[in-house]
Design a protein around this ligand. Structure first.
Ligand SMILES: [Zn+2]
Ligand SMILES: [Zn+2]
Length: 196
């Protein structure tokens, strides 16, 4: 355990995707920019040693805190990650199915519009692109769907990966026992006004 100055908290990412890939669940922080994701890997995650990577989940109602940190061989560019996210089916699937191990990869998230996609691309409303009107207004024409505009996203996973074996789901009453989570909630929740 190092006793350097506290590691900064990083939350400038969209969310987390949970994907099966390479036979294992992947935990994928999503960034909007490829360059940003490459430098985040190169400056920070590359220097993490796999056995010290921790991911923590703290549920509060229909949301949860995603918290991730690690010891680094290059402490001055180290970051810890956190994000408050809406619970989702994929999150619940990960919670049940991770089996104590996951890959960490970064992903680049791109929003897609009707003009960018093939006819069978799936809209967020659950219907294919060809069910949407190709006029100015790309409303969904499927029965009584109320989707007004085709929208969808694509996630490209970067190749590099780390293996995470320290995964825990906590309740807020237990966070004092976990230094990473306790630090995160102190800085980003309990004492929001006294940052820096
Ligand atoms: Zn739609
Ligand atoms: Zn629809």
């Amino acid at each position: 355990m190092s006793s350097q100055s506290p590691i900064p908290w990083f939350d400038d990412f969209f969310g987390i995707a949970y994907r099966y890939y390479d036979l294992r669940m992947n935990v994928v922080p999503l960034l909007s920019d490829r360059k940003q994701s490459v430098s985040l890997w190169r400056d920070t995650i590359h220097w993490w040693s796999d056995p010290s990577i921790k991911i923590r989940f703290v549920e509060t109602g229909d949301k949860y805190w995603f918290i991730m940190g690690s010891d680094s061989q290059k402490p001055d560019t180290n970051l810890s990650f956190f994000k408050v996210l809406q619970k989702s089916e994929n999150y619940e699937r990960f919670k049940k199915g991770h089996g104590g191990e996951a890959y960490l990869r970064l992903g680049v998230y791109t929003k897609k519009f009707l003009s960018d996609v093939k006819k069978n691309a799936m809209c967020d409303c659950g219907h294919e692109a060809e069910d949407h009107d190709e006029g100015d207004d790309d409303v969904c024409l499927y029965n009584n769907c109320d989707c007004k505009k085709f929208s969808s996203f694509q996630v490209n996973l970067l190749k590099r990966k780390k293996t995470i074996t320290d995964i825990a789901f906590l309740e807020e009453k237990d966070v004092k026992d976990d230094p990473l989570v306790w630090n995160c909630l102190n800085v980003n929740k309990y004492s929001k006004s006294e940052q820096n």
